[in-house]
Design a protein around this ligand. Structure first.
Ligand code: GLY
Length: 414
């Protein structure tokens, strides 16, 4: 995997720098048109944090200062988001950009943005419902989408950074409510639950971006898996670990042989249907982490093996952008919103971000356990191991005697 990771981050470095040259000031990448031309957005689109996040992650791996400079520039244009109260996705927007920036630089102005952003997000919490509201529009009364689990990370992080336990409490309450009302008995999730904002009663369960209300929209399953794994990382509460494991087992049971999900597990066009690389990347990142957190040895092994299978497939010529192409994206073949016929079979910034994150986590896991002299499975990384830059994965500064040289038979030296 380490040679593959080197190749991935070499590609990422070239692509992300190219993307910077293609972007006008204040614009963010969104996807590609059918002719391969770049579609951009302003900073308010929910995905604006992923490109700076990918720059930070690639800097983390390569140590290339040029990437850090670009990451800071593309992070800092998002500053107005910290006061945004009209949407839940401030968590994605600020967490991937300022969150990684703070983790890697310790810049205290970044910490202030994270704390402001979390307090803006917390204004969307309704105690009668027990959730933060996802979208503002008249189509629903109080919509909460499964994707919103991801935004809880900003609340947990800010709770630690600015010492405000109310942010932690909101995040836990949202996770508990969502576990109760979004999930079906088989551990698959609905996309959207609409609540009565006065009483907290569930009014409707449905899809927006999936195949049908009853179906399993792949990215929704991925957000939930990642979300509950992350909530366990911050809280240490076993009920969240157990829920994440159930979701993982469900997802693994429904993945095609090569590990990359169709855009909806229940689409009626399978096998002649689109894959969603973004769902694959999110699942891989979550499984790498869950594989280290699970107390169950068999599950750990299966989660890490599945993550590795997905990452190897995403890093193949089928998905990784061609070296000579003029795309600023890293991965092909994601699906944003199939029912809306928007972003179908295109690169997407969050596919790139979670793909890189999964590789970094995977390499950290290998390196940490090599250092500890134990097998890189099932030993439970602590939160600080993941979130602080204690374990460098920067192979460029280690010469070529990386993990594979010390890992000849797939097992670390004892
Ligand atoms: N709303 C986030 C997504 O499309 O997955």
């Amino acid at each position: 995997m380490d040679m593959l990771a080197d190749r991935v981050f070499e590609t990422a470095s070239a692509r992300l720098k190219m993307m910077d040259r293609m972007l006008q000031d204040g614009r963010c990448p969104k996807c590609e048109n059918e002719d391969g031309s770049l579609v951009t957005t302003d900073i308010w689109w929910w995905c604006s944090g992923f490109y700076p996040g990918s720059l930070w992650l690639t800097y983390e791996y390569t140590g290339d200062k040029e990437l850090a400079r670009l990451a800071a520039r593309h992070t800092e244009i998002l500053s107005p988001i910290q006061f945004r109260t009209d949407d839940h996705d401030v968590g994605f927007q600020l967490g991937c950009s300022y969150g990684n920036g703070y983790r890697l630089t310790g810049d205290t102005t970044y910490r202030a943005v994270i704390c402001n952003g979390a307090h803006s997000l917390a204004t969307r919490f309704n105690p009668a419902v027990g959730c933060t509201r996802s979208w503002n529009n008249d189509r629903w009364h109080f919509p909460v989408i499964i994707d919103n689990m991801m935004n809880l990370e900003l609340l947990f992080l800010a709770s630690e950074l600015c010492g405000d336990s109310s942010l932690y409490d909101i995040a836990v309450r949202h996770a508990v409510t969502t576990m109760k009302n979004h999930y079906r008995d088989d551990a698959s999730t609905f996309h959207l639950v609409d609540y009565d904002p006065e009483t907290g009663k569930v009014l409707r369960r449905q899809t927006v971006q999936g195949f049908a209300d009853w179906s399993s929209w792949s990215r929704g399953q991925a957000w939930g898996l990642y979300g509950y794994t992350m909530v366990y990382r911050y809280t240490g509460k076993k009920r969240f670990l157990s829920h994440a494991e159930k979701i993982a087992d469900y997802i693994i049971g429904r993945l095609p042989d090569d590990g990359i999900p169709y855009w909806d597990f229940d689409s009626d066009s399978i096998p002649d249907d689109y894959r969603d690389a973004s769902a694959g990347a999110i699942i891989a990142s979550a499984l790498v982490e869950l594989g280290t957190l699970s107390d169950d040895e068999d599950r750990s092994t299966e989660y890490l093996a599945t993550a590795e299978k997905i990452l190897r497939r995403l890093a193949s010529d089928e998905y990784l952008s061609e070296p000579g192409s003029d795309s600023g994206f890293i991965l092909r073949h994601s699906v944003g919103n199939k029912p809306g016929n928007d972003e179908v079979d295109t690169p997407l910034t969050y596919a790139d971000y979670y793909f890189l994150e999964a590789f970094i986590k995977y390499m950290k896991n290998q390196k940490l356990f090599l250092r500890m002299g134990v097998a890189p499975l099932n030993k439970g990384l602590s939160r600080s191991d993941w979130s602080l830059d204690r374990i460098s994965v920067n192979r460029a500064h280690q010469g070529r005697t990386g993990a594979s040289a010390r890992f000849p038979s797939g097992k670390p030296r004892q």
